[in-house]
Write a protein that binds this ligand. Structure first.
Ligand code: KG4
Ligand code: ZN
Length: 348
């Protein structure tokens, strides 16, 4: 089945084509360069850029996949969570395309799609995780741990009480004048640190057995440390290194603890922060010691992309899920997750 995936939840406009989970193309056009001077995403700029970019991105995706518009059999799109105007651009575009081509469409949840990116078949990834697995989404908007019982059954078991991990990277980068987005530059500066690890920032493990996160105390600790210490050539490298370790220790330990609690031996990770090599290395090595398999997609599939939307939408469609013309943007997390009630099926 040929599926088009459309992603426009934040500042990346992406269209991808898959054929029964096999990746044929994945094109992304980002407006990040227009946001960097503001230190974060400006919603109005992001949604206007989606309108400008989306036609061209779709054309490129079709070309690389070597298919025509009419070959598309299903249109999958992100309808939440995300920025309302950005989401609406993708939703309207998908609905118009569906109407013009007489092909069905399905709106899916962006956060689950990040975990589901581990089911995309590429040369490097032959198989995805088995259910049940523990899902970790570590992105600019979320740091969530899930128990994924089935394709359409996700229970939120932990999330950030304040900043998401990626948001903490972005804010810490801003404090040190490193620009936006903060993740890649903090990773580079941390890599450049070649000294003795002499800063120890706090790790917020919260209550015993809690799978929730809090990174705002860590961010404040970085702020005070940076203000108090004399600028030297290595100060930023040193802080970046210590900050990264503090975030990753907690995320890694809680994800592995969730496996232990539920007796699960597979972890599937997604989200922009999972591009970080130090994070990949620390999670993989600790999990290996505990006999747990970790699935993390290629870095290009960790950041926001249409392929994960196509893959999740296609699998849900094959299970009989559909959306109709009343589908609209859902900017916030589903209410059942906000209230920690029952599990959620991922289709909107
Ligand atoms: O998943 P994503 O593209 O968008 C959301 O759904 O939020 O993630 C973007 C986030 C940003 O906060 C960015 O700073 C972070 O991912 N990020 C990184 C790295 N690359 C991107 N964080 C740490 N290390 C990286 N290499
Ligand atoms: Zn995302």
């Amino acid at each position: 089945m040929i599926t088009l995936g459309i992603e426009t939840s934040c500042d990346e406009t992406s269209c991808a084509i898959i054929d029964d989970s096999r990746l044929l193309s994945n094109k992304v056009s980002s407006s990040v360069h227009l946001h960097s001077k503001y230190g974060g995403v400006v919603p109005e700029i992001a949604s206007r850029c989606h309108i400008e970019y989306i036609d061209g991105v779709l054309k490129e995706a079709l070309k690389e996949a070597k298919i025509r518009l009419n070959d598309i059999e299903l249109i999958a799109l992100t309808c939440g969570p995300g920025l309302c105007g950005s989401l609406l651009t993708g939703i309207s575009y998908a609905k118009a395309l569906s109407f013009a081509l007489s092909k069905p469409f399905i709106g899916v949840n962006h956060i689950i799609a990040h975990m589901h990116s581990n089911f995309i078949k590429t040369d490097a990834a032959a198989r995805g995780p088995h259910y049940p697995y523990i899902g970790l989404v570590i992105s600019g908007g979320h740091t969530n741990i899930y128990k994924a019982a089935a394709l359409d059954e996700y229970e939120l078991i932990g999330c950030s009480q304040d900043d998401a991990a990626g948001e903490a990277f972005d804010k810490v980068a801003k404090i040190m004048g490193l620009g936006y987005p903060g993740g890649p530059v903090i990773e580079r500066r941390a890599d450049a640190f070649r000294g003795k690890d002499d800063i120890h920032f706090p790790r917020a493990y919260l209550e015993k057995d809690s799978f929730d996160f809090s990174f705002s105390g860590l961010k404040t600790a970085v702020l005070y440390y940076y203000k108090k210490h004399k600028r030297s050539k290595t100060l930023i490298d040193k802080i970046s290194y210590a900050f990264q370790e503090a975030v990753f220790d907690v995320v890694r330990d809680k994800t592995i603890a969730a496996c232990r609690k539920f007796g699960i031996r597979e972890i599937a990770v997604g989200g922009g922060v999972a591009c970080n090599s130090r994070f990949r290395e620390t999670l993989l090595s600790q999990a290996r010691e505990k006999n747990i398999d970790v699935f993390i997609p290629d870095k290009s599939l960790c950041l926001d992309n249409g392929a994960m939307i196509a893959c999740f939408g296609e699998d849900l469609f094959k299970k009989g899920k559909r959306s109709d013309v009343l589908l609209t943007a859902e900017p916030n997390m589903p209410a059942c997750w906000q209230e920690r009630r029952s599990s959620y099926a991922g289709v909107l």
